[in-house]
Design a protein around this ligand. Structure first.
Ligand code: PHE
Length: 441
């Protein structure tokens, strides 16, 4: 059965949904710890440059493909060139892979949210985290709840589900984030954290750090896997793509930067290490909250904030795969949502178990959870690279620009910038980063 193609209720709704997709665990969990590990300000600077030059262009390109074809990623590529449909297919697969492990981490957030209020996180937060994620039952229970919440929202469709949820959760998230930032930077001793965050230490800016920054831009902006193509396909012809593709990365970057201000000064104020890695949120922060006046309250609203961020992203990942089933296989929304979220829940189970009882099962030297992350880290830049080649050399800059300008005028010099970025700078940058990762230079 085919259902009539939905549209966003308003451009604001689209912005909240697209920014919701972008703002997620990537901003709140990964960005602060990557900055913590890779020389603070130096990493932040390189991240900003990549967003400005590459992130923005790819986002605009994806919006153009989606709105032009009014189709989700696989069918969008296919409509323009049959041979390129595989790029869209790769994106759908990436959505599958990412949501399977993303939902496991979403489950951890739910657990921490409840645990903060009921009983509190034990003082030895490292031991607690270790025993929680390696537990064979509890994380899977929370993973199920998180996936079910995601499915319920996507089930309700574009306007009544995704848009409505994001219009509530995104502003709420922002308010909570600002409250926590103010708390964090006004703690005695916070200045050291602010200095660390803002002072670039270029000696730590290794090739590895640059690659991490590039991967992080793709992940954080939800690029390279057709998410923005899919969301763009629900956008009306009258909306201004150039403006939208600046607002969304701006909001995403703002939240990532604020997340650093919310977390790093507090970490320093209580004498913890900023380079704790993935454990920063789940191990260090509970100890920070435990020492803070009204820590239970701040800890709770912090995990609510993370939950909102994670949910507005997970629904976009599910939507990519659901829209594919609708457009390509003519499945109805309910059947697609139930089947796909069910399969992703199942794939998430071994991912969760790989942090405990199945830890010895390795693919390419990684446990299953890390392997899924590794796959997506590669798939997104590859997807972005192929998209640039596709627009620059297959679909053609002129057609893309036609869609972006919609017959009207373009902002100052956008055509030139877009052309150079899509055809040369972005592809070369992604390839260089890969060759570097492979040790070629
Ligand atoms: N951007 C999301 C985050 O930062 C993750 C995501 C990646 C969502 C790709 C959709 C597509 O957490």
């Amino acid at each position: 059965m085919t259902e009539k193609r939905a549209q966003w209720g308003s451009n604001f709704g689209f912005i909240m949904a697209a920014a919701g997709s972008a703002v997620g665990l990537g901003n709140l969990w990964k960005f602060p710890y990557l900055a913590g590990k890779n020389g603070g300000g130096a990493f932040v600077l390189i991240y900003l440059l990549i967003v400005l030059f590459i992130g923005f262009t790819i986002m605009l390109g994806e919006m153009a493909i989606g709105r032009h074809t009014q189709l989700s990623s696989f069918n969008a590529y296919q409509k323009i060139s049959k041979k390129w449909a595989f790029v869209g297919g790769l994106g759908v697969l990436a959505g599958f892979v990412i949501l399977s492990f993303y939902s496991v981490v979403g489950g951890w957030v739910l657990n921490y949210m409840f645990k903060t209020v009921i009983g509190g996180i034990p003082a030895d937060s490292a031991a607690y985290f270790g025993s929680f994620i390696s537990n064979p039952i509890l994380p899977i229970f929370w993973h199920l709840i998180f996936m079910a919440m995601t499915a319920v929202i996507v089930f309700k469709g574009i306007g009544g589900g995704i848009e409505k949820a994001c219009k509530f959760m995104m502003p709420a998230l922002f308010v909570i984030l600002v409250i926590i930032c103010i708390r964090s930077v006004t703690l005695p001793g916070a200045a050291a954290g602010i200095a660390f965050y803002l002072t670039p230490d270029f000696s730590k800016l290794t090739a590895g750090a640059v690659i991490a920054a590039l991967g992080q831009v793709f992940f954080s902006l939800s690029l390279g896997m057709g998410c923005i193509i899919t969301y763009g396909s629900y956008l009306g012809k009258e909306e201004n793509l150039a403006k939208n593709s600046m607002i969304v990365p701006f909001l995403d970057t703002l939240v990532a930067l604020l997340a650093g201000f919310a977390i790093l000064p507090a970490v320093f104020a209580f004498g913890f290490e900023p380079g704790a890695g993935p454990g920063l949120m789940f191990v260090t922060l509970p100890q920070v909250f435990a020492q803070m006046p009204f820590g239970t309250f701040f800890g709770f609203i912090f995990f609510v904030l993370v939950l909102f961020a994670a949910l507005t992203s997970s629904i976009s990942l599910l939507e990519v795969t659901v829209a594919y089933m609708q457009d390509q296989h003519k499945w109805g929304r309910s059947k697609s949502v139930i089947t796909l979220s069910g399969i992703m829940f199942l794939i998430g189970i071994p991912a969760s178990l790989s942090m405990g009882v199945w830890g010895s099962f390795k693919i390419l030297g990684k446990n299953f959870f890390d392997f899924l992350g590794f796959a997506s880290d590669i798939m997104l830049p590859v997807g972005g690279l192929l998209m640039c080649i596709f627009i620059g050399y297959v679909w053609g800059i002129d057609k893309a620009i036609d869609e972006i300008s919609n017959g009207g005028k373009l902002p100052f010099k956008l055509r030139g910038v877009f052309t150079i970025m899509i055809k040369y700078v972005a592809p070369v940058a992604v390839i260089a980063v890969f060759l570097n990762a492979l040790g070629v230079f």
